[in-house]
Design a protein around this ligand. Structure first.
Ligand code: NAP
Length: 276
């Protein structure tokens, strides 16, 4: 192994210091692929973020993940790809011939997890996305890019759903919260992108008994692993895709960009994460 390969390290930049499972994921891949490298958490306050990013390589890093509250600044301070630009936030930074580039891997995390858990999910003509925050942007972008005909976007604050839908063209339509009941019977894909169902929050209470029997249900929440929504969907025998799967799949590209090998989301890695 070369000295350069030995020195490779990436970090997760957040403020306050993020309590994150990302180190566990990247350390697992480094270990199983036999790569000598590192992945650490860096707590960086907003007023120090720009300086930190401009000196990223001087600090010994080949790239970084970025989390709250820095994702929009990361986009502005780097050269983003189409996904990061469309989502309006970057979560992964790397150097391409000395230039700091950025992308948003939540898009492929969401889509690749669906492909792994529910192959054929994209036969759905109607998708119902609940929530219109940061994560919903990545989900909607992924669905539009994949060619889903109609994406219905429902949010508690409808103005946010309208604003998001406006950015994505005619296949995405905003709808009011009380329209959910009417949209469920034709939704081939239902996605929860809200924080409802997260530990300490009420669940997303929908009558999913009216979803078609071929529908797929995805939840972005990963604490707990089995949200009330996923539990009811599984009870009905529907295919599901959970937030942990998305988290694991979104980590793949960063690792590949930084360490030069494409890692796999294995059942062993999943089991390791479930233990924590
Ligand atoms: P965000 O930007 O803060 O958006 C939160 C969304 O939840 C908004 O649509 C908000 O609606 C809605 N919401 C919050 N409380 C609500 C309530 N009581 N009733 C109805 N709607 C409510 O957050 P985010 O970054 O998009 O993250 C959303 C969730 O996705 C979080 O649980 C996060 O952990 C998860 N996530 C998972 C992954 C993964 O890899 N699995 C990746 C990204 C995010 P309003 O607009 O009306 O406030």
């Amino acid at each position: 192994m070369t000295a350069e390969a030995k020195a490779r390290a990436a970090c997760l930049i957040g403020w306050p210091a993020a309590h994150s499972r990302s180190p566990l994921i990247h350390h697992y891949w480094l270990r199983t692929l036999g790569i000598e490298g590192g992945y650490v958490i860096e707590a960086v306050p907003p007023d120090e973020f720009q300086d930190f990013i401009f000196r990223l390589s001087l600090r010994g890093f080949v790239g970084a993940n970025v989390t709250r509250p820095h994702k929009e600044r990361a986009l502005a301070l780097s050269k983003p790809d189409d996904r990061a630009r469309a989502v309006g936030a970057a979560n992964t930074l790397w150097y391409d011939r000395g230039e700091l580039r950025s992308t948003n891997t939540d898009v492929e995390g969401f889509i690749n997890n669906l492909d792994a858990c529910a192959p054929g999910w994209d036969k759905a003509e109607d998708a119902l996305v609940v929530g219109a925050g940061g994560a919903a942007r990545a989900v909607v972008f992924g669905l539009v890019e994949r060619g889903i005909k109609r994406v219905h976007l429902v949010n508690r604050t409808i103005e946010r759903a309208r604003a998001l839908a406006d950015q994505f063209g005619p296949s995405v339509s905003p709808a009011a919260w009380d329209a959910i009941g009417g949209l469920l019977p034709r939704a081939g894909l239902l996605v929860n992108t809200t924080s409802l169902g997260m530990h300490g929050q009420p669940g997303l209470e929908l009558d999913i008994g009216v979803l078609p029997s071929h529908a797929v249900v995805a939840d972005l929440v990963y604490v707990p692993l089995q949200t009330p929504l996923l539990s009811v969907a599984r009870g009905r025998g529907l295919k599901t895709a959970d937030g942990l799967g998305m988290l694991l799949h979104q980590a793949v590209r960063g690792f590949e960009l930084w360490f030069g090998q494409r890692p796999e989301v294995t059942s062993e890695l999943r089991a390791l994460m479930e233990e924590t």
